[in-house]
Ligand binder design. Sequence first.
Ligand code: ME8
Length: 512
Amino acid sequence: MERIYLTTPLYYVNAEPHLGSAYTMIITDTLARYYRARGWETFYLTGTDEHGDKIAQAAAQAGMDPKVFTDEISTTFRAVWDSCGFTYDHFIRTTDEYHVRSVQQLLDKIHEAGDIYFDRYAGLYCFGCERFYTEKELAGGKCPDHLTEPTWLEEENYFFRMGKYQEPLLHHIEAHPDFIRPEGFKNEVVAMLREPIGDLCISRPKSRLTWGIEIPFDKRYVTYVWFDALINYVSALKYKAEEAFQKFWPEAQHFIGKDILKPHGVFWPTMLMAAGLPLYKHLNVHGFWTVEGQKMSKSLGNVISPLVMKEKIGMDAFRYFVLRESVFGQDADFREENLTARYNADLANNLGNLVSRVLAMEQKYFAGVVQPLSTAWAKEDLELKNRFRQAEEELKGHMAELQFHRALEAIWAAIDHTNRYVVQTAPFSLYKDAGKRGRVGEILHHLLEAVRTIGRLISPFLPETAEELEALLNIPRPTAKQPSSWGQFFVPGHKVRPPKVLFPRIETAPDG
Ligand code: ME8
């Protein structure tokens, strides 16, 4: 049986879910739905990252104990994702006991193998990033992310011998060119590995931070951030059972934004090597969203909330827009006018009108009752069926390549073709001729097949709409096993429902 293990980053609980985190969720949810529908065994993981300075500070600001604070925000996160309808199989929290245990076991293992050592370190530390910077990495003496001057810090800590695995990792990437995708990000990681990567500081003394996971071999220290959070990808499976780990780990595909490329592309695989575990299959890296050309930020007040979008245009339309508007791996810009334009053109007009038209004609001419097909199909009927077969083939390739915008383009090309088929076959004119009504029944039968197939193809992307189409066609959920040959699905006499508006048009102000 084919399998896939999909993961998102674990989101920090110091910010609300927004367009950025929702984008990673939409991509992974779409893939999970796509592979499940194809009968693959799928495990889809998300969760929250809850330790570290930033969270401790946020809790202190809220006047709350960090555990109470993280319980609250993690619950909110989960509730938002649930109300967006994301179908994750497991939600992990870095404060979950099994995860804490798993991190400690891994620390012990790597420590015993001699790849964790104790040393004095002094350097420039950015509290925002929770890491030390080298002079070279700073921009004009400031942290390039936070634009603040780092603090000089001197302390004794535990270090992971990351440098030892630099060469083996480079070899692995050379032998598996699609280990990190798209290629531009692989090249970035290769460039990082061509410079000395050094070792990684993995602890904080409890005198400075208590909100972390205690180092099992030295209770004066905690580990936090990467040596904690990254391990979730393994601990979530081990929590299920060793068998789940054996089954899914070889098929692991991580999805992340480009901001966390180094931890996932360098820290994580070297940690896995030190722990004697196989590496993940793919690291899939996506670009960043801006809003009307600007960085999304609380202070600018331009943060796009998935729940507000759901309220405004519906979750399916929001999913459609972000997947259709962006190219996986590249940055994208969220613009209200583009959203409205795509919604009206692709969803309200192309898809929505087609479905209404087909169901309205079926209702008007045959009281919703599906008519028989003759054995001899007209050329345009065959072309219509083949057009969908072609779309399905193209979809497969695009999904494997994470080209979601192309996958949607392929489906919409078939929808366009269907709209042209209606114009070409003109059932509304034929119906006036009583002798041609049999042919009208056939045309509508083919159109109902088209609507059914559209529902199946769009279901990973627009799951609610797919369900609405099933309800309108009065048919059950397709299963992975169900044969779906065109022309053999609808039994003549089956009754479909009257049309309904799936995507009400958004009225825009007239130009000028
Ligand atoms: O980094 N555009 O958590 P985080 C696209 N806890 N994606 C965006 C985005 C934007 N403008 N802003 C955020 C962390 N993201 C760590 C991860 S993993 C073991 C630990 C998405 O809450 C994107 O997926 O800062 C990015 O990688 C993630 O949010 C970072 O989330």
